[in-house]
Design a protein around this ligand. Sequence first.
Ligand SMILES: Cc1cc2nc3c(=O)[nH]c(=O)nc-3n(C[C@H](O)[C@H](O)[C@H](O)COP(=O)(O)O)c2cc1C
Length: 161
Amino acid sequence: MTTTNLIKTRRNVKMFKPDLISESDLMIWLEAASYAPNHRMTEPWELLFLGSETRAKLNHKTDFGSAPIVFALISKPAATSFERDENVMASACFAQNFLLAAHEAGVGAYWASLGALPHNREILGVPQDHDVIGVFGVGYPAEIPNAKPRTPIASKITYLA
Ligand SMILES: Cc1cc2nc3c(=O)[nH]c(=O)nc-3n(C[C@H](O)[C@H](O)[C@H](O)COP(=O)(O)O)c2cc1C
């Protein structure tokens, strides 16, 4: 698949098969994700892999689509809010890299934002100065949603003099 097709066919998957994900494949996708752009090589991403007890405490409506793997992606703090924003941007790039690397192998992910809610940050033990990028359920898709149409990109472009 071309990179363009890979990008366009990735979906936020909401229901997974019980089939397990190989640990070594997972590490390959995460390692690839770490080639995300990041200013001054801060490499701000950190991962928390969630066991069944923590998943139950988060009380997600579908338990992340029964994904065999669930992890939270956390972004490290910085000296200034400008640099902290940069860390969040770099961590989001990490997330997209991961999603695409997994998708290339036929594996989907459910990006859920509930980890950033104050009571869920507490459950995850995330320090005040860290940002939660998302909680990701990862597995082989049981169903793949249709693509949601996008706004024509030309309408998003302004040319400055
Ligand atoms: C920062 C962020 C938070 C998201 N949080 C959620 C969420 O809490 N629940 C959810 O169903 N999808 C969540 N999504 C996924 C989007 O809903 C999904 O990407 C969007 O509907 C487009 O669908 P697609 O990814 O299949 O193209 C999130 C995506 C991002 C980037």
